[in-house]
Design a binder for this molecule. Structure first.
Ligand SMILES: Cc1cc2nc3c(=O)[nH]c(=O)nc-3n(C[C@H](O)[C@H](O)[C@H](O)COP(=O)(O)OP(=O)(O)OC[C@H]3O[C@@H](n4cnc5c(N)ncnc54)[C@H](O)[C@@H]3O)c2cc1C
Length: 397
């Protein structure tokens, strides 16, 4: 059981995804005690992997992590060997009808990272308790107590729920009925493939050395490079593809998922279809329905409890906004706690400061979740693709 300490308040973070680990780094750097609990048994307990673009929130991310982590950030990049310039820092989108370039979304300063490698990097120096799952929480005289499956309890000054789309913390703070994520009707598939063939890998990387999209028909596609371990030997690289379509919810992995995509979804064109055709049965492939939740204000338990990341605003992956908002939440959370604790004489009420934090997260989150749903609708028709924010406003906020 952790003990509360006035000089070094303890924040208990539920969930060791990117949001929880980033919060841990940001809080620890600013003098707070941090414990992260994670229901998975170990960092590699599940073979889930995807890539994400860190773009408008990159400067905030850089502020939140210690220098040692920034120095090693290259190890989390999908392809650290690129000479980054305006052409590489762009995301091209091709027409699913003609194969022609529809638009290119500029992403200045952005870097595509492996979720798995960034997550591993962010665990450095953090006290993580693996294999424990939150069950409930209660207020104590001086703080908050979390109860876990199996009977363990941990006391802390604050609790931050960063436990993702199906957040237990959210369920406790807003009630089980209100907390349920909604099915979007959009299915998302990803494949992670090592062709062990330099020519095939080159076909993918030549479309764009980071990633490229195809939209405008009933299937949206994406391809890109996940790992470029040896820059001189493309046969050793790992690439990825994604596919999105509207359909009946399914939850499939491996061969079964690959067979479903090949037989039950409309084909893409050119390199986007080849990436799927060349995928071997042993590759990591998954399909599930994308879920969302429109944020509402939560009961902050006298300013002791809060939500951040996908727990606060799970959205569809369009325009790559989810992690940008997670980073923003974390920055605002650290600043809210600093406001309460940095100045010993300040009279700010804990509940008011944390209410203001939550109000901002909810307002920003509602907007982002709704935008992600609109983007999804527009992506499946050639007449509406160019009306997408991705085309008109790029990857900005
Ligand atoms: C394919 C894909 C591409 C994406 N691309 C981009 C992009 O380009 N740009 C961008 O900004 N965003 C992108 N995103 C979104 C981004 O990945 C997410 O917003 C971000 O990773 C959310 O992290 P999180 O830590 O909030 O949630 P999660 O990663 O879901 O982590 C939650 C953690 O909490 C744990 N947990 C759950 N319940 C409990 C419990 N009861 N007790 C203890 N632990 C618990 C879980 O096991 C998990 O480890 C993408 C997402 C996907 C899927």
């Amino acid at each position: 059981m952790a003990t509360s300490n006035k000089d070094k308040p303890i924040v208990l973070i539920i969930g060791a995804g990117l949001t929880g680990l980033l919060a841990a780094q940001g809080l620890q750097q600013n003098g707070f005690g941090v414990i992260v609990v994670e229901k998975e048994e170990a960092i590699d307990a599940r073979p889930r992997e995807w890539t994400m673009l860190v773009h408008w929130a990159m400067p905030i991310f850089q502020r939140l992590v210690p220098k040692g982590i920034l120095q090693d950030l290259n190890g989390a990049l999908c392809n650290p060997y690129l000479q980054f310039d305006a052409e590489i820092e762009t995301l091209p989108c091709y027409s699913g009808v003609t194969g022609d370039l529809l638009f290119s979304s500029p992403t200045p300063g952005a870097r595509r990272v492996s979720r798995g490698r960034l997550r591993a990097l962010l665990t450095k120096g953090i006290d993580i308790r693996w294999g424990i799952s939150l069950k409930d929480m209660t207020l104590t005289e001086n703080g908050i107590r979390a109860d876990f499956e199996g009977g363990l309890t941990i006391d802390a000054d604050y609790l931050l729920g960063t436990d993702g789309t199906f957040s237990k913390v959210r369920e406790i703070l807003v009630g089980a009925d209100k907390a349920q994520p909604q099915g979007s009707g959009f299915l998302f598939a990803t494949g992670i493939t090592q062709y062990k063939d330099a020519e095939k890998t080159e076909v993918i990387a030549d479309k764009h050395p980071v990633a490229a999209l195809m939209m405008g028909t009933s299937s949206v596609g994406g391809i890109g490079v996940l790992t470029a371990e040896d820059c001189s030997d493309k046969s050793a690289w790992t690439t990825f593809w994604v596919k999105i379509w509207r359909g009946e919810p399914v939850d499939l992995r491996g061969r079964e998922a690959l067979a479903y995509i090949r037989t039950q979804t409309a084909p893409l064109r050119d390199e986007f279809q080849l990436a799927i055709d060349w995928t071997s049965d042993e590759s990591y492939v998954s399909i599930n329905e994308m879920k969302y939740w429109i944020p509402v204000v939560w009961n902050n338990h006298g300013g002791r409890a809060a939500l951040a990341g996908d727990a606060a605003h799970p959205m569809l992956i369009y325009r790559g906004q989810g992690f940008q908002h997670s980073i923003t939440d974390v920055d605002n959370y650290v600043n809210a706690l600093l406001q309460l604790h940095a100045d010993a004489g300040n009279n700010a009420s804990r509940a008011d400061v944390m209410d203001a934090f939550a109000d901002e997260v909810v307002k920003r989150g509602v907007n982002a979740v709704e935008q992600s749903l609109c983007e999804a609708e527009k992506s499946l028709h050639i007449d509406t693709v160019t009306q997408m924010l991705m085309a008109t406003r790029g990857h900005g906020k």
